[in-house]
Design a protein around this ligand. Structure first.
Ligand code: GTP
Ligand code: MG
Length: 195
């Protein structure tokens, strides 16, 4: 994928704020701090189109980016951030669920999982949700630079077992530090953008 043009479109909260278009879109989901916004920047070769923070809970709305005037890349708020008040958490959960269940343009959901940690209960629920609703999805394992290559198999095994990953779910190891997996992610995205 050659990134010719990136445009921030909108931070949406409700469906009537989603862009009115039939353009395909690809979304990034995963727990707070897993690296969704960082990976978007890396994929787009931009330093900070998507805002990143060391503090979880940075992305609080559904952020739409228009790529090459061709498709939308969507940065979702994360889940599982303990410090967020319960009612806010519920609101974010509802926002993401509404988006995932209703958005017809959605062609691929990339579920991000930190390579260092076993998937949480919420990660498992998200994975099952995507499988159950037949949403095309893939697992992107993030922050691979944080462990040595020799450790990958051990960590991948835990991730696959905890998620009970199905054999047809693509899984790509990535790093926003080193750009590991970037080409593979774009190949996958391209495959899903073709109608
Ligand atoms: P929310 O917006 O809260 O849902 O988080 P997010 O999933 O968008 O995470 P974000 O991209 O803001 O990154 C969280 C933290 O992890 C930041 O401090 C990033 O610099 C760091 N980070 C993200 N990706 C990587 C990576 O591949 N390698 C390393 N070493 N750090 C990363
Ligand atoms: Mg974010």
């Amino acid at each position: 994928m050659i990134i010719r043009d990136v445009e921030f479109i909108i931070s949406a909260v409700k469906p009537d704020q989603y862009p009115i278009t039939t353009m395909p879109e690809v979304a990034m989901a995963g727990r707070s701090n897993v690296g969704k916004s960082s990976l978007i920047n890396k994929l787009l070769n931009r330093r900070s189109v998507a805002r990143v923070s060391a503090t979880p809970g940075k992305t609080q709305q559904i952020n739409y980016f228009l790529i090459n005037n061709d498709f939308h890349l969507v940065d979702l708020p994360g889940y599982g951030f303990a410090k967020v008040p319960v009612d806010v958490k519920r609101q974010w959960g509802k926002m993401v669920e509404t988006y995932l269940s209703r958005r017809e343009n959605l062609r691929l959901v990339m579920l991000l999982i930190d390579i260092r940690h076993a998937p949480s209960k919420e990660d498992v629920e998200m994975y099952q949700y995507l499988a159950h609703y037949n949403r095309p999805h893939a697992i992107l394992v993030t922050k691979a630079d944080k462990i040595s290559r020799g450790q990958y198999p051990k960590h991948l095994k835990i991730i696959k077992e905890t998620l009970k990953i199905l054999p047809n779910t693509p899984i790509i190891i990535t790093s926003s530090e080193t750009a590991l997996g970037r080409d593979e992610v774009w190949d996958l995205v391209e495959k899903h953008l073709i109608p």
